[in-house]
Design a protein around this ligand. Structure first.
Ligand code: ZN
Length: 254
C-alpha cells in the first residue's frame, strides 16, 4: 500500500513559552501544522489549522482576552483550504479530517473541508462539547461544523490495513490522539499533535504548563521515546526549529 504523506504550514501563533514548557518565561512563535495523507481509499487531513475568521477578524474571533495570550500570524493563502488547492487537491475532495484534539489551532479549519467525515476520539468530542466557549481552547465555531462524525475509542485503524492508525495519547486533553503513518518513501511517522510540542519536550521529558493529566502525558512521552528508538520519525507538534527542516507540500514528507 503506497501511502503518501505531506506537510503544510498553516500560519503561526505567538503564545507564552510557559504554555509549551512549564516554567519558561517570555513568548514563542510556533508553526500551526496540518498534514495530508493520500491513501487509495481516501484523502485524510490530520488537523486543519486555524479558523478563517482568525485571519479576517481576529478580535471578533478570539476577543480581547484571547488576543492577550495569542497573536495570530495568519495570512491569506495560508489556510488549509488554500494550501490544499495550491498543491492540486480540492478541499471538497478531502474524505476525512482526523483531529488530534479540538483546540482552536487544530480544528479551526474543519469547516474548510465541508464534505469530510470528522474522526475524533469520543471522549475528546464529549469534553469539547461540555466546555465549548467557556475557555479559550475550545470554540464551538471551530469544531461543531456539521460534518458527519466518526467517534472512536482508543486505537483506530483508519483505512483497515494498518497504514494509518490513530493512537490514543490522552494527557494534553482528555481525548487527544496522535497518528501513526506507514509510508514506503520515509518509513513510519508519528504525527504527535500536541502530545509532544517540541524536540526538547521529548529530550528532557519537560511537560507543558497547561495540561489535563500530567501522569498520562508523561507516559505518552515515554511511548514516543520507545517508538523513536525503533526508528519512527517523531513529528513534534509546534517546534519552530524542527519545523524549518520539514519539507512542505508538494514535496512529499513520506
Ligand atoms: Zn492543544
Amino acid at each position: 500500500m503506497a501511502v503518501e504523506l505531506y506537510a503544510y504550514t498553516c500560519g503561526f501563533v505567538t503564545i507564552p513559552y510557559g504554555f509549551l514548557l512549564q516554567g519558561m518565561k517570555g513568548r514563542l512563535t510556533v508553526p500551526v501544522p496540518a498534514y495530508l495523507i493520500v491513501h487509495e481509499k481516501g484523502r485524510a487531513l490530520f488537523d486543519s489549522g486555524l479558523n478563517l475568521e482568525s485571519q479576517t477578524d481576529p478580535l471578533g474571533y478570539f476577543g480581547e482576552d484571547g488576543l492577550k495570550y495569542n497573536t495570530f500570524h495568519f495570512l491569506p493563502g495560508e489556510e488549509v483550504s488554500a494550501r490544499l488547492t495550491a498543491t492540486g487537491i480540492a478541499p471538497e475532495d478531502v474524505d476525512i479530517v482526523i483531529n488530534s484534539h479540538l483546540h482552536y489551532d487544530h480544528s479551526g479549519g474543519n469547516a474548510q473541508a465541508p464534505n469530510a467525515q470528522v474522526l475524533v476520539q469520543s471522549r475528546e468530542w464529549a469534553h469539547a462539547k461540555a466546555t465549548a466557549d467557556q475557555n479559550l481552547g475550545y470554540l464551538a465555531k471551530d469544531f461543531d461544523t456539521g460534518q458527519k462524525l466518526r467517534l472512536v475509542d482508543g486505537e483506530h485503524d483508519v483505512f483497515g490495513d494498518g497504514s494509518v492508525v490513530c493512537l490514543p495519547t490522552y494527557g494534553h486533553t482528555p481525548g487527544h490522539q496522535s497518528l501513526r503513518v506507514q509510508t514506503e518513501l520515509g518509513g513510519e511517522f508519528i504525527l504527535c499533535g500536541d502530545a509532544c510540542y517540541l524536540k526538547k519536550t521529548l529530550e528532557d521529558l519537560h511537560l507543558p504548563g497547561v495540561i489535563a493529566d500530567q501522569a498520562a502525558a508523561m507516559a505518552v512521552l515515554h511511548r514516543f521515546r520507545e517508538m523513536q528508538a525503533r526508528g519512527s520519525k517523531i513529528m513534534f507538534g509546534h517546534d519552530p526549529d524542527f519545523w524549518k527542516t520539514v519539507p512542505q507540500a508538494p514535496v512529499r514528507l513520506g
